[in-house]
Design a binder for this molecule. Structure first.
Ligand SMILES: *Cc1c(COP(=O)(O)O)cnc(C)c1O
Length: 457
């Protein structure tokens, strides 16, 4: 693999510190073996998420100083709107404080009880916001997307046959919109192809149904289209993104991802009536429509970050860095999801720690072992996060795989930080047998990964 150096140099540094082994042991016990409960200053390399963790550029920092903190009509709002219109082509732009606020406003306005919203895969917060309306969030991912090993280039594609069947059966009365998550976060950060987006759009539009994007990582998706889909190699990522958006009727977006910002998001829509209804709810829940829960300076950082997130040397470096970590982990004996996604490397823990049975959460145990050994924070995407006991039937709803996600914050870590992660894995690998399974001692009813507590077996 070719090394692509960082397309930037370091201007400000933030010191990080590795606690001693004894201190780490104490901290992980105090956190009840849930890494969300650690203080970030007790973490050395933080790969918990790529959300809101980006490093701002000097250009963005300069923009923060130019925040116009007027209640109404801030200059930064107009810059924000113009930038998003230029990138997406959508007509109505509504700022919000983050992605899930966009989902709440949009689905509260759009959905009624009994509705169905198909998607390639709904992200957790999207699903929760749809289900809160009494509607059904349906995942129609292609078979290749469910396979850990398939090297299919567009594992985020929607199953179009299933989609056709569904819209034929229920029509627009029950299906006000379909969504596509680009890239597909819950499915490993895998992209959807232009061909697939176009076809999904055609199928939905034929029945008068809207297509909406969950656009958090649209720029990474456009980058994959450029690299992998015939006919796009010579196009700019910006024009590819614009074409993607041209097949949709709107989107929700968390600017904490490809917006290269620490907070913020938006809803973009072509339907003026829907946009007005959403704006009215926005005033109630987030704020006046020209700031939507954000400071003027945040709007400015996002406007600038969105442009930087489309720069091709940045995207080349970004996606290559994620692939680099994937290859390192493969070299130290893991089998990461193939191909690596746009923002994270996913590894399967069951095969790596075969002595820990699934009911003792091998993936969570692996996250604990990596913190103990090297102060690394990763995120469980397996039984500990998703297993649910159905209150009515008592049946346990589980997930097919016990994964650990290593999400890479944008523009934050260098290759040597990732080399260190691989080294820590090598150390863990030498004493794998000492890694112990976990038992749950406290579990909340919703979004349990954030607050669940364990003890070691
Ligand atoms: C992060 C994320 C969201 C939610 O955005 P927040 O800013 O965290 O509220 C929605 N969808 C996807 C695909 C995401 O990755």
């Amino acid at each position: 693999m070719k090394i692509i150096p960082e397309p930037y140099k370091i201007k400000a540094v933030e010191p990080i510190r590795l606690l001693s082994r004894r201190e780490r042991e104490k901290k992980i016990r105090q956190a009840k073996f849930n890494l969300f409960k650690l203080r970030s200053e007790d973490v050395y390399i933080d790969l918990l998420t790529d959300s809101g963790t980006s490093a701002l550029s000097d250009n963005q920092w300069a923009g923060l100083l130019q925040g116009d903190e007027a209640y109404a009509g801030s200059r930064n709002y107009y810059h924000f709107v113009d930038t998003i219109k230029e990138i997406t082509g959508f007509e109505h732009i509504i700022p919000v404080h983050q992605g899930r606020a966009a989902e709440n406003l949009l689905f509260t306005t759009l959905l009624k009880k009994g509705d169905i919203v198909p998607s390639n895969t709904h992200f957790d917060t999207t699903r929760a916001n749809i289900e809160r309306q009494g509607a059904t969030a349906l995942d129609l991912l292609i078979e290749e997307g469910k396979s850990f090993d398939s090297d299919y280039p567009f594992k985020g594609n929607m199953d179009l046959e299933e989609l056709r069947r569904l819209v034929k059966k229920y029509g627009k009365k029950r299906i006000p919109a379909g969504t596509m998550t680009v890239t597909n976060n819950s499915g490993g950060g895998q992209p959807a192809s232009m061909e697939n987006i176009k076809s999904a759009s055609r199928i939905l539009h034929r029945h008068g149904i809207k297509l909406l994007f969950d656009a958090c990582r649209y720029a990474e998706n456009a980058h994959f289209i450029k690299k992998r889909e015939p006919g796009y190699a010579r196009r700019s990522v910006k024009s590819i993104a614009r074409e993607m958006f041209s097949y949709a009727d709107g989107c929700t977006m968390s600017a904490k991802k490809d917006g290269l910002s620490n907070i913020g998001g938006f809803i973009a829509l072509n339907d003026g009536k829907l946009a007005t209804d959403v704006s009215n709810l926005l005033i109630l829940l987030e704020g006046f429509p020209t700031y939507g829960g954000l400071a003027g300076r945040d709007l400015e950082a996002i406007a600038r970050g969105l442009r930087e997130g489309l720069e091709e040397d940045y995207l080349d470096f970004r996606v290559n860095q994620v692939a680099y970590l994937g290859r390192l982990l493969e070299e130290v004996g893991l089998s990461p999801m193939n191909p690596t996604g746009g923002h994270a490397v996913y590894v399967e823990a069951g095969g790596y720690l075969p002595h820990i049975p699934r009911k003792q959460f091998p993936a969570q145990a692996l996250t604990v072992a990596l913190y103990r050994e090297g102060g690394i924070r990763s995120c469980e995407f397996g039984g500990a996060t998703f297993t649910q006991t159905d209150k009515k039937s008592g049946r346990i709803r589980s997930v097919p795989m016990d994964l650990v996600r290593f999400a890479i914050p944008r523009r934050v870590y260098t290759h040597s930080h990732l080399d260190y992660v691989a080294e820590v894995f090598t150390e863990v690998g030498k004493k794998k047998d000492e890694v112990r399974g976990l038992r749950i001692v406290y579990e909340p009813t919703r979004l349990r990964l954030f607050t669940v507590e364990f003890e070691e077996i």
